[in-house]
Write a protein that binds this ligand. Sequence first.
Ligand SMILES: [Zn+2]
Length: 313
Amino acid sequence: MLKYCEMNLDRASNYRKDTAWLEDKKKYNSQWLVMFEDKNLFCTQKNEPVFLTLAALLNLKIDKQLLSEAIFIGLEGEVSYFVLDLTNLNEQVLNKANQLGEFYDIRQFGPSIENQLASILILGRALCYWHRTHKFCGRCGTVNKLVEAGHSRTCTNQNCLHQTFPRTDPAVIMLVQKTFSDGIERCLLGRQASWPKGVFSTLAGFVDPGETLEKAVQREVFEESGIEVENVKYIGSQPWPFPSSIMLGFISTAVSSTIEVDQDELEQANWFTRAQLKQFTNWGDESEGFKLPRKDSISRFLIDCWINSPELA
Ligand SMILES: [Zn+2]
């Protein structure tokens, strides 16, 4: 199962707009995630995220008014989950939070955290990021306020009242494969100069306005590698809120084979056989040589699918 894809809490979309219902949920059986600058609070001894009760949260000496900035994540039976961003709070609050754990980027623990839990954490992260970067109305520039349990923001200018919703930016990510004249299938992987040495991954890029996903796959592959592709097949998707994307995974077939790398996008791109990929080590390994992308990424999922399921091609 793809990482970050098992957010199984009930989002209660029809109830969460009801202020009385929401206040009730905050008071009884609530579990709280806290975040600081896109980092979740972890207990590093156990490599587990920290959930706080309401009492423990208030014990951080936060202003009770801040609870109106809480974001509702979902329900699991009688338990309600919320997230609160501590990024702009005073040092005293942060010091108290730091006594309960340490703030870490989830990607540091991503592959080792149970999938449903990881999916909840990235949802909290995504929503906090969106609120922090949408403080002002995009239409008139007035301050926005959080509404609908944190799933919307509304302009406070009474002549505007423009409402905005959390953004997810679609990005396509694609494994390009081709059967060469020697009868052997190869796939196209590239690497960015900023990645750890030896790591190669599938190509990817953002969908342009007015563009279909299939055209985005064809355009991105051609722009980055000079390869033309056809037969674009959808495989699956993965939320990737680092900071605000959803990755849409495809497999496609190349109709050309000569690579011309766009150096602005990629440092290098190559064709690899399945036999070669099986010799790759993993992202994060100390060894020399080629490495596969992060285990929690859809890129890795697509590569593993291609290696193990030739019928996908
Ligand atoms: Zn406005």
